[in-house]
Write a protein that binds this ligand. Structure first.
Ligand SMILES: Nc1ncnc2c1ncn2[C@@H]1O[C@H](COP(=O)(O)OP(=O)(O)OP(=O)(O)O)[C@@H](O)[C@H]1O
Ligand SMILES: [Mg+2]
Length: 215
């Protein structure tokens, strides 16, 4: 029986987090590894309500501090209602975004003090850090270009424009070097190629969970 693990997928909009989360969970099914997958913000009832406020209502004026606290409000419920219980059951948790998003967007992007952001995030998570961060790296423009194929309009962050997202991407590049458990993954190839890299990284980072059988 494997003990619970938390894997978080990170990166700018359109980097391929959700696509890779789906490919990862398909692989987990093949390997017979029990898992829970959820997205952030959201995943819980209150979290989905917060997601609606912070992402789907670009007409609202939301100060950076308010934005930070809304995301953290969602995360506090996410950890307590989803992540911890699943880890206690011995499951692997796949999180589509987690704390690193807050560091990158509200810290680097919005310019809030990073130490303060980390302290507040630590309060929200109760100190729960991922075992592995998969940081999908793609130039911000390329991520946006992928998104525009999918839908028009864009949420609050997507409307911030290229300069903001470039700052966020640079933040991710720094965080990928400094954050424990972080692995930078080039997200510019096709989805299958990126997924192959995800497998390699996970087999190396969590060898007791990901044996090579079934690969
Ligand atoms: N490696 C890839 N190459 C080309 N297109 C891709 C690749 N991965 C995903 N896509 C496409 O790019 C778009 C964005 O991908 P996806 O939704 O997985 O990104 P995301 O990181 O989850 O974005 P968001 O931050 O907005 O949730 C989708 O239309 C998806 O099909
Ligand atoms: Mg997504």
């Amino acid at each position: 029986m494997s003990e619970g693990r938390l894997i978080a997928l990170e990166g700018v909009e359109g980097a391929g987090k959700t696509t890779q989360a789906e490919l990862l969970t398909q692989w987990l099914i093949e390997l017979g590894i029990r898992f829970t997958a959820a997205r952030e913000p959201g995943g819980t009832e209150v979290g989905e309500a917060i997601r609606e406020i912070v992402q789907d209502r670009p007409e609202l004026a939301v100060p950076a501090e308010t934005e930070l606290l809304l995301y953290l409000g969602s995360r506090a419920a996410f950890v307590r209602e989803i992540v911890r219980p699943a880890m206690d059951r011995g499951e692997l948790v796949v999180a589509d975004r987690y704390s690193m998003s807050t560091f990158a967007y509200q810290g680097y992007g919005r310019g809030l003090d990073l130490d303060r952001v980390r302290q507040l995030d630590n309060f929200a998570t109760g100190g729960l850090r991922p075992d592995v961060y998969l940081v999908f790296d793609l130039p911000a423009e390329d991520g946006l270009a992928r998104q525009w194929h999918g839908h028009a309009g864009g949420d609050r962050i997507e409307r911030e424009g290229d300069a903001f997202l470039r700052t966020v991407r640079d933040g991710y590049l720094e965080l990928a070097l400094s954050e424990p458990g972080a692995h930078l993954i080039d997200a510019s190839g096709d989805a299958a190629a990126v997924h192959r890299r995800v497998r390699e990284v996970l087999m190396e980072a969590l060898p007791e969970t990901f044996s090579t059988e079934g690969v």
